[in-house]
Design a protein around this ligand. Structure first.
Ligand code: C2O
Ligand code: CU
Ligand code: CU
Length: 532
């Protein structure tokens, strides 16, 4: 099939049945009761900051005898929460009493034990597709298993998708957090329904702190603002709407884009700030939407970190792109905006309004010129290079059946078996027409480069011929990552030290509709052989 044909088909699909470009409802066949958020008064609700959970006790550290760790019990529950002053409360599934769930905060190397208790109802309120692997009619409708995204976690605590439990059951997870300070997040990872559970609200933030970060005198306390940003579709009665295909027994849709942008669970909130520096820690919790954040007044943003913590030095940008599951760490200086209102936007969408007070405040947080020692991994240290394709499956009338990794469905035997303590290069060869945010559990990695290649030649002859120069990562994504944007018709190369634990993990696309429909594969880290 030629490129031309592929893109024609794609365009046809996008305009005919699913996505309408622009800022409207986003769905050609939006339900008649769809809410148009532009009809609401914007910026009437203050931005909620998820509370930091306090431990409910201590538990023995499974790795160190005699050592006690903070213990948290976190319940998954159905809640009802107002996302906007003028809307009725929205039914959601979250953790404890709010969406996002409470924030967990741990010290690097200290870690925590969390009991995730499933206290959800036994019926789902979003449309399950029973034809998807793992979501058959033979399994219970409501299941959960929680994963700490970005955590260096032992395999039995990592939230393997098949390791779910039903309402009334709970699971204990051990998070050693032997890793650098970073903004992580926890979310549901249940086989075949994780897009629905997360859309319902099952995610929250998890912050790892360390002494290096603390020594930098970055804005902290109320000057550090965590933001979990996600898009949803709402009905006029304020309830979540998740779209379905035109096949009643196959409701899965390939991507979901909403027009209601929620920041920490509020639609178009405002936040009062002082004219000084703030640290904004943003996580993209959307199912499929890519953002490009900026301040409406075009003032510069200083990026100090990405998914896995601090960059080596701040970089100044005007816009910051963020794929699903990616995080960015920004320092914004409001000192020359005293007395004004300034919006955080993403292209044509309003996200939030900052109200900068007039009174000058002391600001003892100069931005350091270096953040952490730079470290670029040398490709020559890699023991293996794996070429892995991102593929789109078509049915006989050229409709997309979903995506695959390396043309291999989930249930096939494990093919990627790196050895603990070694470094590998993975070449992600994107044969589809979409960008896919590819995430690996357990590890952190660096982006080597992205490079255009001839898709048609690869698909017909199996040969990889580059047609462009290798493009190094953008400066804001040049630190340690756990999720990487693999762009269409590009080979994205990442270099991965397999550190931490041996065992079975997963890697997948973080567009949740793709992940739930076979764009996920297990990998197994093998224990290092005994040295003689
Ligand atoms: Cu945030 Cu396996 O994912
Ligand atoms: Cu993860
Ligand atoms: Cu994808």
């Amino acid at each position: 099939m030629t490129d031309l044909f592929r893109s024609t088909r794609r365009t046809f699909l996008k305009t005919s049945s699913l996505i309408v470009a622009g800022t409207g409802l986003g769905w050609a066949e939006a339900p008649s009761d769809a809410l148009d958020p532009s009809t609401l008064t914007p910026f009437v609700d203050p931005l909620p900051i998820p509370r930091v959970l306090t431990p409910s006790g201590k538990r023995a550290n499974p790795e160190h005898h005699g050592e006690q760790l903070p213990f948290y019990r976190v319940s998954m529950r159905e809640i009802s929460q107002k996302v906007h002053r003028d809307l009725p409360a929205t039914r959601m599934w979250s953790f404890e009493d709010s969406f996002p769930g409470p924030t967990l905060e741990v010290q690097s190397g200290q870690g925590a034990i969390v009991e995730w208790a499933n206290a959800l109802p036994i019926r789902h309120f979003l449309p399950i597709d029973h034809t998807l692997h793992g979501a058959e009619k033979s399994v219970p409708e409501v299941r959960s298993v929680i994963h700490l995204h970005g955590g260096r976690t032992p395999p039995d605590s990592d939230g393997y998708p098949e390791n779910w439990v039903v309402p009334g059951k709970s699971q204990n997870c051990f998070y050693p957090a032997k890793q650098d300070a970073a903004l992580l997040f926890y979310h549901d990872h249940t086989m075949g329904i994780n897009r629905l559970n997360i859309y319902a609200g099952m995610q929250g933030l998890f912050i790892v702190r360390d002494p290096l970060e603390a020594s930098l005198n970055l804005p902290s306390g109320k000057y550090e603002i965590p933001m979990l940003i996600c898009d949803r579709m709402l009905r006029k009665d304020g309830q979540l709407s998740y779209p379905v295909s035109e096949h009643p027994d196959r409701p899965w849709v390939p991507e979901v884009f909403g027009n209601a942008m929620l920041v920490n669970g509020k639609l178009l909130p405002y936040h009062e700030v002082e004219p000084r520096k703030y640290r904004l820690r943003i996580m993209n919790g959307s199912n499929a939407r890519f953002y490009r954040f900026s301040l409406e007044n075009k003032k510069p943003l200083s990026v100090i970190g990405d998914d896995q913590g601090l960059l080596s030095a701040p970089v100044t940008v005007q816009k910051i792109p963020l794929a699903p599951a990616e995080r960015t760490d920004l320092v914004v200086d409001f000192s020359d905006m005293a007395g004004t209102h300034v919006k955080l936007i993403s292209d044509s969408f309003d996200i939030l309004e900052f109200r900068v007070s007039a009174k000058a405040a002391g600001d003892a947080s100069p931005l350091p010129s270096t953040l952490r020692p730079p470290l670029r991994l040398d490709p020559a240290t890699a023991v293996t290079t794996r070429r892995l394709t991102l593929d789109e499956r078509m049915d006989d009338i050229q409709r997309s059946m979903g995506m695959l990794l390396n043309n291999t469905p989930w249930h096939m035997p494990i093919t990627e078996k790196p050895t603990l303590g070694t470094t590998e290069i993975w070449e992600l060869v994107n044969l589809t027409d979409d960008s896919h945010p590819i995430h690996l559990h357990l590890v952190r990695f660096q982006i080597l480069d992205r490079r255009r290649f001839d898709q048609f030649e690869y698909q017909t002859k199996g040969t990889l011929r580059y047609t462009g120069a290798a493009i190094p990562p953008e400066s804001h994504e040049a630190g340690w990552k756990d999720t990487v944007r693999a762009d269409p018709a590009m080979v994205t190369r990442i270099i991965i030290p397999f550190e931490g634990y041996a065992g079975r993990y997963v890697w997948h696309c973080h567009i949740l509709e793709h992940e739930d429909n076979e764009m996920m594969r297990p990998f197994e880290v093998l224990a290092a052989p005994e040295k003689a």
